[in-house]
Design a protein around this ligand. Sequence first.
Ligand code: FAD
Length: 346
Amino acid sequence: MHGFNEQPIEIGRLQRFAMDHFHAQGGRLPRKSDEKRPEKIACIGAGPASLAAAAELRQQGFQVTIFDKRSLPGGLNTYGIAEYKLPLTDSLREIELIKDLGVQFRLGVEICGENSLAELEAEFDVIFIGAGLGAMHRLAIPGESHSGVIDALQFIEDYKTGKTTQIAGDVIVVGAGNTAIDAANAAKRLGARSVSILYRRTREHISAFDFEYRQALQEGVRFLWLTQLMAIHSSAIGITSVECLCTEIDSDGSLKPIDDSTFHLECNLVIPAIGQSPLLELLTQCRDVQLEQGRVVVDRATGQTSNPKYFAGGDCVNGGREVVDAVADGKRAGIAIARLLEVAYV
Ligand SMILES: Cc1cc2nc3c(=O)[nH]c(=O)nc-3n(C[C@H](O)[C@H](O)[C@H](O)COP(=O)(O)OP(=O)(O)OC[C@H]3O[C@@H](n4cnc5c(N)ncnc54)[C@H](O)[C@@H]3O)c2cc1C
């Protein structure tokens, strides 16, 4: 089809078509089996990965319970992806479809420590880990502990849940990935006088998608390339400025600070967005589940981990990609878990 047409596939329009059809048919997820299966599956995390796994399993008649430490389900769809891209109400409306299937939710419950995992293992036949990633990396520079430094995830959450409705003054965002861009755009929409993204390397090195970068430019976000944040300065009234250093890239690609290139920028709010760390406090407690560089190692086709009772998917496996990847992982794991339990049942 693609070879015949030679045009880019319009995925957004295909998704629109599929959803219009879904709603025209009544907008309910169908059950794939009328059987009521006795096996119980626990999903840790109520983000896209677990929701997809839970929906698949419930559609096949299994008993599924989702645990999340937060009070609302949806993971980063609810708390992370900026409001202008995915409104909170849309995220929660989709979850109602999964609730309607009969998936149970235990919200405000953090699975932590060996005891709580041992309890899950005793109560459930299979555990799916869809716990995402951990906290943002720290800048590790002087002044970072000031209350005017808010990491990008917290900042976007406050914007999305309506806790922050406006900001004044000058904002510096550190990092140039998609999260940094979301935070910068949100700061602009909340009324910041100026928003600048500081990045140690150049435009060619950023991990943000090109369309996200261009949107930020349209929003009025300024990019300062080859600039490293060194310190945050404050007075009794709050953050006043940041201290920066110019960098250059050597012929071997390594980054080098330029001597005597320090300069200051006026600033009232600093938003670090330099990536999330792995969720080691949970993952290291999952019995016999192998990790590599903080990510859960799984069999790609099934999502099964080195402990056959545990499956995993989403950001905790791939290190942080997109919703569609998490959903695909969850669905694949749901199908594989159903097969595993059917074989055991026969
Ligand atoms: C700022 C930002 C913007 C993004 N924008 C986009 C975008 O525009 N488009 C896109 O496709 N992707 C985007 N992404 C990526 C996308 O949100 C993630 O890839 C996706 O949400 C991963 O899904 P997940 O289910 O693996 O994890 P998450 O969505 O992180 O969900 C994990 C859940 O597990 C819960 N949890 C963690 N530990 C425990 C525990 N011990 N006990 C109980 N619950 C626990 C958490 O509370 C959370 O609800 C963005 C990410 C960020 C950070």
